[in-house]
Design a binder for this molecule. Structure first.
Ligand code: UGA
Length: 428
């Protein structure tokens, strides 16, 4: 099938590359010239496992190209995925200006086209597609939804760090459809995927995405709350959750306690659904508590460190800046709050991350960045591990022996006790 992707950020590019890999012809549209040029040069715009090899493969085979010409992208495709950002506003609600703007432009492009299906991939609150996207498409195309063009919502469940394998092996595919014909077109695109496909209404599909993220985040905050209790009683929260997660009704996933969740999705989506609930006169007690627990969780590692030393003038080495492993993304990363607090307490911070230093340096030019963990650890008074990078799993006694003072605290469970002695975790 011929596909266009409107907005080639993280989700757009991962989706485009995944669809091209399955043999579809994909045109990625973006307003940013550097993004378009980089993609055509087979250079990914972010770090993500597999993206480099897969992008090179599909561009070389002529299955994917990028353009700044929206009409060209739409005219040469049958289905357009809208994957523009939906950032948070100050009050937590979502900023729909990009989705509105893209729908207007897409509407104008649809004028010049026969039947075409528009698929909303961006994470949008229930009613956004029907109240914002649909009217803009109809108004600016002069066409009728369900007759002249189709409309679906198809939420993404891609995790940064495993986006392409998540795309190619999904647990489920959700198709929210305006009408049967739109849903049939989209379902045919996903032919051959070995997972349940749920066909539902547009609003329901929008809500499935928020309910999924809210539940996953709830599991994490719950585990952190249990973990904080465990720490006080000298219990390893991971051993507890291994015992808990084997119950099929619970599942072992997303029960890892630590320094809380970050990233561009959970905090933004939970705030958005809280804001929507309040507008509807509901009090989302659980989700608000999940956010509250998460707000405080990164600072637990500082409290633990402060119980062992006064931080003023001390050299603290920080291993890991990205919000999770296998990404260079630092949006809402717990490291931001933790390093901010270390600086506030007068500590001298030295940091290392395999991929995220460039992005972090733009935010915190005042701290010292090192080329490897050893250099970071040298002469430090304490070490905090904040991201579960594979590389840190191989750290051993020799790497830590250069520290001035042996205090090692993990915010993510990563060190191998067979390789390293004398360390502790924030919840273990
Ligand atoms: C999340 C969802 O997992 C995806 O399904 C969804 O598509 C995506 O948001 C989105 O809405 O676009 P992502 O934020 O990329 O994906 O990464 P996760 O693996 O979910 O991790 C989020 C945060 O939770 C990270 O900071 C991670 O370290 C933390 N986490 C995760 C924990 O603290 N404990 C866990 O057990 C799992």
């Amino acid at each position: 099938m011929k596909i266009s992707i409107i907005g080639t950020g993280y989700v757009g590019l991962s989706t485009g590359v995944g669809l091209a890999k399955r043999g579809n012809r994909v045109i990625c549209f973006d307003i940013a010239r550097d993004v378009v040029e980089k993609i055509n040069r087979k250079e990914p715009i972010f770090y993500e496992p597999l993206i480099s090899e897969m992008l090179t493969d599909v561009v070389s085979k002529g299955l994917l190209k990028a353009t700044m010409d929206l009409d060209f992208a739409v005219i040469n495709s049958d289905v357009s995925f809208l994957s523009v950002p939906t950032p948070s506003k100050i009050d937590g609600s979502i900023d729909t200006s990009y989705i509105r703007g893209a729908s207007v432009s897409l509407g104008k492009a649809l004028k010049k086209k026969g039947y075409h299906v528009v698929v909303v991939k961006s994470t949008v609150l229930p009613e956004t597609t029907e109240n914002i996207v649909l009217p803009a498409l109809e108004k600016f195309s002069g066409k009728k939804c369900g007759k002249d063009f189709g409309l679906c919502v198809n939420p993404e469940f891609l995790r940064e760090g495993s986006a392409l394998s998540d795309f190619l092996k999904p647990d489920r595919i959700i198709i929210g459809e305006f009408d049967k014909k739109s849903g049939d077109v989209l379902e045919s695109l996903y032919k051959g995927f070995n997972c349940p496909i749920i066909r539902t209404s547009i609003k329901t599909a929008e809500m499935i995405k928020y309910a999924s993220n809210a539940f996953l985040a709830t599991k994490i905050s719950f585990s952190n709350e249990m973990g904080n209790l465990c720490k006080r009683m000298g219990i390893d929260a991971y051993e507890v959750m291994r015992g808990v997660g084997l119950d099929k009704r619970i599942s072992p996933h997303f029960l890892n306690a630590g320094i809380g969740f970050g990233g561009s999705c959970f905090p933004k989506d939970l705030n958005a659904i809280i804001s929507k609930a309040r507008n509807l006169g509901e009090t989302p007690i659980i989700i608000e508590s999940v956010m509250k627990t998460n707000y405080n969780q990164p600072l637990r590692i500082i409290e633990l460190l402060k119980s062992k030393m006064d931080l003023k003038g001390k050299k603290i080495s920080v291993l890991g800046l990205a919000f999770k492993a296998d990404t260079d993304d630092i949006r809402e990363a717990p490291s931001i709050k933790i390093i901010g607090k270390l600086i506030e307490e007068g500590a001298i911070v030295s940091a290392y991350d395999p991929k995220a230093i460039k992005r972090f340096r733009e935010k915190y030019p005042q701290i010292n960045y090192t080329k490897n963990p050893r250099e970071c650890l040298k002469d430090s008074d304490a070490c905090l591990i904040l991201t579960d990078w594979e590389e840190f799993k191989n750290l051993n006694e020799r790497d830590f022996n250069t520290m001035r003072n042996r205090i090692i605290i993990e915010g993510r469970k990563v060190l191998n006790p067979k390789n390293v002695s004398k360390f502790e975790g924030v919840c273990w």
